[in-house]
Design a protein around this ligand. Structure first.
Ligand code: AMP
Length: 438
């Protein structure tokens, strides 16, 4: 492909370093996956998945990762980040040609929730379908037996939630001492769920000689500290939430009394264009209540939250994915990392306390280039949250109906405001990993 062709096709230019020790860089112009340096077997899998163009995070991250760099990725679900780290990982593992030792893994991907772990595992299976990759998933909430068996001969990639992995390491069923690649996904959610200490413990079991990636949608101080500890001279790739959420999603808000929310939901769901809908509630109890009322009104709905068993959650998700349930009612944590295509509408039955969660929520719609609609219900006590959201996304939501009703509520605890920058401190360890250095 010559330069003129690229220019005609409106290609994007990224600066890619020549090698990890080099300060020099050259301009590469990429529009497709082949130009990012991916091998034919991965390209075939991408064609099978009908991906034509890399997403921005894929364009920027894949060349760096193929080059062996550490990476701090500030991006949320919906940006294509899973492929951004899985594709180069598969290629690097393939090129290394090293064999996993019994109970060992060559690469470890840590995820905060079981749902996310399963989704990452499904992506590895998809993208690695023309390669020989042994992978295992280790997560809580299900019996250990199969997981131990899957690890017995060693795997290329282990996807794990932190608690169960630590259990298995302590029982000597898993061995991380030869793991050369570490990916920590959704680090901010790890922090929210109280897993950061477990993550630190796990990292201390890995060799210092490794490639490390950390992804997080937001950068609270604790996550920035972790990034500083575990990454070595990382490249930073930031995909702004705004480009993910705001531009392609029609966002509306209804101001109403709390008691009017259930009727508004029922009336909205009379619209046939609300074909595949996620409703967000703040609590598990609230999610169950909404499902009950929808069921009574003849709307097929499933609840997804942490009080349900792993099997029940999988079943709920499958029913929703397959269209057997039109509505999925979820809490923020349970829905994190949720990867369901074609969601037409996201309804915020209650606004989240953290404005960043709003961006995560509405990111469930408008996946991979599609459009979508986000409808928020805002009672008078939630107006401070609405203001925090509008500040974060720098957009006012379109008010439907008559505008705010009822008296201004006394102020409610506000969200954190915006994403924060990580502090300094990266790169204390001497670097030893020099994949493909000239
Ligand atoms: P993620 O941000 O990794 O959760 O990915 C979001 C969704 O986008 C998933 O359903 C992927 O299958 C899809 N996806 C990822 N990369 C691409 C791409 N380059 N083209 C089209 N769809 C993609």
């Amino acid at each position: 492909m010559d330069k003129n062709d690229s220019a005609k096709a409106g290609r994007v230019s990224v600066r890619a370093p020549l090698c990890r020790n080099s300060k020099d860089s050259y301009l590469v112009t990429v529009s497709n996956f082949a130009e990012l340096g991916l091998t034919e077997r991965l390209l075939r899998a991408l064609r099978d998945a009908r991906y034509t163009d890399p997403t921005p995070i894929q364009r920027r991250a894949i060349p760096l990762l193929l080059d062996g760099m550490d990476l701090l990725g500030i991006a949320q679900t919906g940006t294509g980040k899973t492929a951004a780290f899985t594709l180069p990982l598969l290629q690097n593992l393939d090129e290394d040609g090293v064999k996993a030792l019994p109970r060992g893994t060559r690469a470890l991907i840590l995820a905060p929730t079981r749902e996310l772990a399963l989704q990452i595992s499904a992506s590895i299976k998809d993208y690695g379908r023309h390669m020989r990759v042994r992978q295992a998933v280790v997560m809580g909430g299900v019996p250990q037996g199969r997981q131990i068996e899957a690890l017995r001969r060693g795997v290329d990639i282990l996807v794990a939630t932190p608690g169960r992995l630590l259990d298995l390491v302590q029982q000597r069923r898993a061995d991380l001492s030869h793991c050369e690649y570490l990916i920590v996904d959704e680090a901010d959610r790890m922090f929210d769920m109280g897993f950061i200490r477990d993550v630190r413990k796990i990292v201390s079991m890995l060799p210092a000689e490794r490639q490390t990636l950390l992804f997080s949608a937001t950068m609270p101080a604790e996550v920035a500290r972790l990034a500083g500890e575990i990454l070595h001279q990382p490249q930073r790739v930031e995909i702004a939430a705004k480009t993910v959420a705001v531009e392609r999603i029609e966002q509306r808000v209804h101001h109403l009394a709390t008691a009017a929310k259930r009727d508004l939901l029922a009336s909205l769901l009379k619209g046939p264009d609300l074909a595949k809908v996620i409703v967000f509630t703040r609590t598990k109890h609230g999610a169950d209540n909404v499902v009950k009322r929808l069921d009574k009104g003849g709307v097929s709905a499933e609840a997804l939250h942490g009080n349900k068993s792993q099997n029940a959650r999988q079943r709920a998700l499958e029913n929703f994915r397959a269209g057997r349930a039109r509505v999925l009612v979820a809490t923020d944590i349970a829905a994190r990392g949720l990867d369901v295509d074609d969601i037409t509408h996201v309804i915020n039955y209650e606004l989240p306390h953290e404005p960043e969660s709003y961006v995560h929520r509405i990111g469930r719609t408008a996946r991979a280039g599609a459009g979508g609609v986000a409808i928020s219900f805002c009672d008078s006590s939630e107006r401070p949250q609405l203001r925090a959201i509008e500040r974060l996304i720098k957009t006012s939501l379109k008010v439907i109906g008559d505008g705010p009703v009822g008296p201004e509520a006394p102020s409610v605890k506000k969200g954190r405001g915006g994403a924060r920058r990580p502090g300094p401190g990266a790169g204390k360890r001497p670097r030893r990993f020099n994949r493909r250095a000239a």
